[in-house]
Design a protein around this ligand. Structure first.
Ligand code: MBD
Ligand code: FE
Length: 289
């Protein structure tokens, strides 16, 4: 494959991610029960948001040129399907902070735009779906799920999803098998799991969409550090949504999505039993409220 066709392929794939994320979010939201925010909260929150923007215009003496550039950009965010990407990168971390402030168990962090329900169910020591020649360092991820009182949680489920070795997520970038690098692992009768996967690559916000345009116009960087996403659940316990990170990634310090926490850092070691690396991480779930 020539260098050019590789670049084109990557660009074409990146362009699809935003549109897919919007469609998937709308499907899930349509199925979600409730979804109606009451009048008083709408009046309060929309009122404060509008006031904050008006204050900004007056404080910073915003011009018509800037106002129209903003309007054009907002239209493009929708056209590119990048509202999920924009919101999850620049706002979700605060929503997560509020949602999980009273938890005693494992730290959560943002879900991001690329979660899918219903990934293939696998045993406690299964291998995540991947291509036969899946590029990347083989990676074993093991540990135990317990309750905040220390009791093991048998049959806990760990949903894992992560990018491939080029930073692409299945079903959001074309050309990947449907459930590539997505799986639901059922812990054993002591809440233990030993998941076999590969190390994901860092993730770059697609450069050609509205979010990429904003990043370039502001002179920011477009990177999230390499990460693995999780949802961990067990009966009578609160679901936790989180991500885990790899030490030494240059973007652990300046994640564009502000979602890295010191408690979420892995400690990968050479695997003594097979090629690749191994790491241990235990999850602690809060009892249901
Ligand atoms: C990602 O992979 C991600 O996890 C978030 C939060 C935003 C964009 C891409
Ligand atoms: Fe991600």
């Amino acid at each position: 494959m020539s260098e050019n066709s590789f670049t084109e392929e990557v660009t074409a794939r990146a362009a699809d991610s935003g549109a897919n994320a919007s469609a998937r979010f709308q499907e899930r939201q349509a199925k979600a029960a409730g979804g109606v925010v009451d009048h008083e909260r709408v009046a309060l929150l929309a009122g404060k948001a509008v006031k904050a923007l008006n204050d900004l215009v007056l404080e910073e003496q915003v011009t018509y040129e800037e106002y129209n550039a903003f309007k054009a950009w907002l239209i493009k965010v929708g056209e590119d399907g990048e509202w999920p990407l924009f919101l999850d990168v620049w706002l979700e971390h605060s929503v997560e902070e509020v949602a999980n402030q009273d938890r005693e168990g494992s730290k959560g962090t943002i879900e991001g735009p690329y979660y899918l329900e219903g990934s293939p169910e696998l045993p406690w020591n299964g291998t995540i779906p991947m291509r036969p020649d899946e590029p990347g360092t083989p990676f074993v991820f093991k540990g135990q799920v317990t309750s905040t009182d220390g009791a093991p949680l048998p049959g806990a489920k760990l949903e894992l999803w992560h990018a491939d070795n080029l930073g692409f997520y299945s079903q959001f970038a074309p050309g990947l098998p449907e459930w590539n690098l997505r799986g639901t692992f059922v812990a054993d009768d002591e809440g233990r799991y030993e998941i076999h996967t590969i190390r994901p690559a860092p993730y770059q916000i697609p450069t050609e969409g509205a979010c990429g345009q904003l990043i370039e116009a502001a002179g920011w960087h477009a990177w999230r550090p390499a990460h693995m996403h999780f949802k961990v659940h067990a009966p009578e316990h609160q679901l936790i949504t989180s991500q885990l990170y790899f030490p030494g990634d240059p973007h652990n310090e300046d994640d564009i999505a502000s979602a890295v926490k010191p408690e979420l850092m892995l400690d990968p070691q050479p695997n003594p039993d097979e090629e690749g690396e191994i790491t241990v991480y235990d999850f602690v779930l809060d009892p249901a409220r």
